[in-house]
Design a protein around this ligand. Structure first.
Ligand SMILES: [Zn+2]
Length: 248
């Protein structure tokens, strides 16, 4: 016998749905009762985007098996509504500000590192490896590839919607509520290592002559040995960040 549930997705989860399913409850028909996780992903929503599921007004987790006539509500990670009294789908909230990014997000990665966020990235990482890093190191997997987020091993992930890298940065800051956690110029944008202060005389032979003359404060990257100082690039980054935070 054919069975059916009614399902409604909330807020930005609607971005993933076929247009006719957006914004209200719609029927989902099935013959063999599968898990609620399968249903959610069949409808196009990566399970990593989901933070709370209510079935007939009771919280359930991803393993719940559909029953004929269920009324299902699926919610994304909440930013402002307090649902701590309810049971979430996973023991810890998704928001942790460590990331691993897929190979198409190189510019976003530089921005995140510039703001101090620990972001793992190599331009040749395979999907399977990304999923493993995300799971083992508890990093939020950033990608525009929904298929990657559907892998079972991935419990922390976010599908970046914007295509422009600055907009992607704003999107990620907003989504994970990161504006209070920004630590600018603390991390190497090339290799993700934390920068260390260094004395000028230790590195002066590696500096352009004018730089040595005009600047006193230097940092060095222990990973790739690059030297950082507050020159024109620093000022450009600072302006960019000020603009960004004004818009927040
Ligand atoms: Zn470095």
């Amino acid at each position: 016998m054919r069975k059916q549930v009614d399902v409604r997705f909330y807020a930005e989860l609607n971005d993933f749905l076929a247009p006719w399913r957006r914004g209200g409850a719609t029927p989902y028909a099935f013959e063999v009762s599968g898990s609620i996780k399968d249903m959610i992903e069949t409808l196009g929503v990566p399970h990593t985007e989901v933070d709370l599921i209510l079935v007939n007004s009771e919280p359930e987790d991803f393993t719940y098996r559909l029953r004929n006539g269920d009324r299902i509500s699926v919610y994304p990670v909440f930013e402002s509504i307090d649902i701590s009294a309810l049971v979430r789908c996973r023991p810890q909230p998704l928001r942790e500000s460590r990331f691993v990014a897929d190979t198409h997000l190189g510019r976003l990665v530089r921005y995140l590192r510039m703001l101090g966020f620990d972001t793992k990235y190599r331009d040749d990482t395979q999907d399977e490896e990304l999923a493993t890093i995300s799971s083992k190191e508890r990093r939020i997997l950033l990608t525009r590839d929904r298929g990657l987020l559907k892998r079972n091993v991935v419990t922390r992930g976010y599908c970046v919607r914007a295509t422009n890298s600055r907009e992607q940065l704003e999107e990620v800051l907003q989504r994970f509520d990161l504006s209070g956690a920004i630590a600018p110029f603390s991390r190497c944008v090339h290799c993700n290592s934390l920068l260390r202060p260094t004395q000028k005389d230790l590195i002066s032979d590696r500096l352009p002559p004018k730089t040595e003359q005009y600047y006193e404060e230097f940092h060095v990257c222990p990973g790739c040995e690059r030297i950082y100082w507050k020159g024109s690039q620093y000022r450009r980054m600072q302006r960019f960040m000020e603009e960004l935070l004004e818009r927040e």
